[in-house]
Design a binder for this molecule. Structure first.
Ligand code: COA
Length: 180
């Protein structure tokens, strides 16, 4: 499916709603999060929301994506900056060495066809494009749900913490660094 996927930053309210709906289909219905938890993170409405639609325009995947401002070794796990638009993201990436995505979700009907891989690649390419202007190494840092963390191993991510429990979910920090 990935060739026919369209992946973009949500710039319209309808796109954002589509992205949130996909997120809810995975994280509320399957993992038991409350809807509020999915959107009411501090400054969430200033993050980049990424939406994947299939060849027919049906929303099939989404994630939230932000640049990270510092180098990996000195980064506290919860540190993020939240750009509001692509332009402000570009501005924030100016001094950044990497990024973070989370709430990566694919609708049940869209699974097993490379949508998650497409979203991950989109975030990585965006990060690389920004970082290579001032550095030769980029990184991505994520807090994965333990149930899904093996998927990230396939994309070159490595485990970066012990497994831990947060709001009833088993999570684990993972990271990837690569040359740009
Ligand atoms: C996990 C999820 C995002 C995968 O989406 P998807 O579009 O079906 O994934 P893809 O088709 O892009 O698969 C990419 C690769 O990861 C593998 N994979 C997918 N889900 C996996 C899982 N739960 N565990 C291990 N590997 C997995 C696939 O087999 C594929 O590997 P391959 O290319 O070697 O065949 C989707 O099942 C989902 O939304 N789950 C609920 C929410 C969730 O767990 N999100 C991640 C939280 S951190």
């Amino acid at each position: 499916m990935s060739r026919r996927l369209n992946i973009k930053i949500c710039t319209k309210q309808e796109e954002l709603q589509d992205a949130i709906k996909v997120r809810e289909s995975a994280f509320v219905e399957e993992y038991g999060y409350s809807k509020e938890e999915l959107v009411l993170y501090p400054l969430d409405n200033q993050a980049l929301q990424i939406l994947a639609t299939d060849y027919s325009g049906t929303p099939v995947g989404s994630c939230r994506f932000t640049p990270l401002p510092q180098d990996l070794d000195n980064l506290p796990p919860s540190s993020t900056l939240n750009p509001q638009t692509e332009n402000s993201a570009r501005e924030l990436f100016k001094d950044s060495q990497g990024g973070r995505f989370w709430w990566l979700a694919v609708s049940p009907a869209g699974r097993g066809r490379g949508v998650a891989g497409g979203l991950i690649k989109y975030c990585e390419e965006y990060t690389a494009e920004m970082v290579r202007k001032h550095s030769s190494t980029a990184y991505m840092r994520i807090r994965a749900n333990y149930k899904a963390h093996k998927m990230y191993l396939r994309f070159g991510y490595v485990v970066d913490s012990e497994k831990f429990l947060l709001a009833g979910q088993e999570l684990i920090w993972m990271k990837k660094t690569w040359k740009v």
